[in-house]
Write a protein that binds this ligand. Sequence first.
Ligand SMILES: Nc1ncnc2c1ncn2[C@@H]1O[C@H](COP(=O)(O)OP(=O)(O)OP(=O)(O)O)[C@@H](O)[C@H]1O
Length: 264
Amino acid sequence: MTEAPIIRVRGLVTRFGTQTVHDGLDLDVRRGEIIGIVGGSGTGKSVLLHTIVGLLMPEAGTIEVFGESVRDTDAATTRALRRRWGVMFQDGALFSSLTVRQNVEAPMREQLDLPADLRETLAAIKVRMVGLPEAAMTQYPAELSGGMRKRAGFARAIALDPEIVFLDEPTAGLDPVGAAAFDALIGQLQAAFGLTVFLVTHDLDSLNAICDRIAVLADHKVLAVGTMEEMLRIEHPWVQAYFHGPRARAADRGTRTASPDMAH
Ligand SMILES: Nc1ncnc2c1ncn2[C@@H]1O[C@H](COP(=O)(O)OP(=O)(O)OP(=O)(O)O)[C@@H](O)[C@H]1O
C-alpha cells in the first residue's frame, strides 16, 4: 500500500486580476522526500508555496496537508497545521529589530507555552544545528552576511521541529561554496529528522545534489514530476533548455559523484 501524500494539490486555480498563474495544477509530495520546484521566472513557484501554506487564497482547487484541507478550516485547525511546518521565505523575512536567537524564538512564542529559559535553550540548539557560530545568537540580521541570514531563516523555519519545511530559493544570492554548504545542510537535516522538504529553486546544483524528485511548473500547471533522469527525457522546450543547457551540463559535471540515490 502506498502512503498518502503529505501534500496533495488538485485542480488549483490562482489568479491575480486577469492574470492566471495556475490553472488546474495538481501535485503530490511524498512524506520524507526533498522535492525541487522549478520553472521559468513568473511561473508561480512562490505563489504555489504561499498558497499551500495558506497565505494566499486560490480561486479553486483543493489543498491537503497531512490529510487536512488547508482551505475552509477553522482557525484552531489552521493553527495546529501551521505548527507542523516551517517556512523560509525568499528574502529570509527575519525581524530586523530582533537578534537571531529572538527570531528563532518567535514561532515558539507564538505557538508554544514554554518558559523563557527553555525557549532560549531550544533556540540556541536550532542556531547550532544550522551551523551558525554562538556569537551569531545575539547579532541582528543586518550584522550578518547573506549566507548567515539564510541559515538564521532556516533555523527559524525548523524552530518548532516541523515535519515539512518550505524553502523559497534558499541558495539564491549565495556564492557556489556557500550554496553547496547550504544544500549539504538541507540534506543532513532531512536525513537526520526525516523532514519533507518543498524546495523552490533555480539552482541546478541543488537539484542534482539533494532532490529526490523535481516538479516542473510550466503552462500554468505541473508539467512533469520525477527524477532528474526522467526530466532529461522530457520534450517540452523550456524543460529541454533548462535541463540540457550549458548550466545543466556544468552542474552535472560538478555534482554527479555526490548525487544521492535518485531511485524513489
Ligand atoms: N501578491 C501578488 N499580486 C499580484 N500578482 C502577483 C502577486 N504575487 C505574485 N504575483 C504574480 O504571479 C506570478 C507568479 O509569481 P511567482 O513569484 O510565484 O513566480 P516565481 O515562479 O516564483 O518566479 P521567480 O522564479 O522569478 O521567483 C508573477 O507574474 C507575479 O507577478
